[in-house]
Design a protein around this ligand. Structure first.
Ligand code: HEC
Length: 125
């Protein structure tokens, strides 16, 4: 009985370790997606805007409100609160979620979206 419980516990620990390893892999590939697809226009450093606004402090921010960046009117009027879901929808097809946005971007595959959003959540929250 004790042994059985112990092995159940071991399996749970193993499962948790696996999940953690997977998410670390996701973060690493998320960073790669960010470097390849976003960094040309976005930094994750506070106060450093490029062609696009910094993504520092992105989670919980309302679209188009970052002071010091000249957003398009559609982005300001959209008033979207950025979280995992809204980011996922935006990155799938910016123009569909925010028609007229100045972010010209072709959209990411679901896997890449999941990874880059996890990365942003980890580094830019
Ligand atoms: C070609 C340049 C360019 C690329 C590449 C790009 N963006 Fe953008 N991004 C912009 C611009 C410009 C805006 C402002 C859009 C507006 O005001 O309509 C923006 C806005 C955003 C916003 C809204 C920020 C806010 O404060 O409301 C998010 C989130 C965002 N981008 C995420 C990303 C992510 C993640 C990637 C990579 C997968 C990416 N962008 C790739 C140019 C770019």
């Amino acid at each position: 009985m004790f042994l059985r419980r112990l092995s159940g516990f071991g399996a749970a620990v193993f499962a948790i370790a696996q999940a953690a390893a997977a998410s670390e892999r996701d973060l690493a590939s998320g960073e790669r997606v960010f470097r390849n697809q976003c960094m040309g226009c976005h930094s994750i450093e506070q106060g450093r805007n490029r062609a696009g606004p910094t993504l520092h402090g992105l989670f919980g921010r309302v679209s188009g409100t970052l002071v010091g960046f000249n957003f398009s009117e559609p982005m300001r009027e959209a008033a979207i609160e950025w979280d995992q879901e809204t980011l996922d929808a935006f990155l799938a097809d910016p123009e569909t979620l925010v028609p007229g946005t100045r972010m010209v971007f072709w959209g990411l595959r679901p896997d890449d979206r999941r990874r880059v959003v996890a990365y942003l959540k980890a580094v830019a929250e």
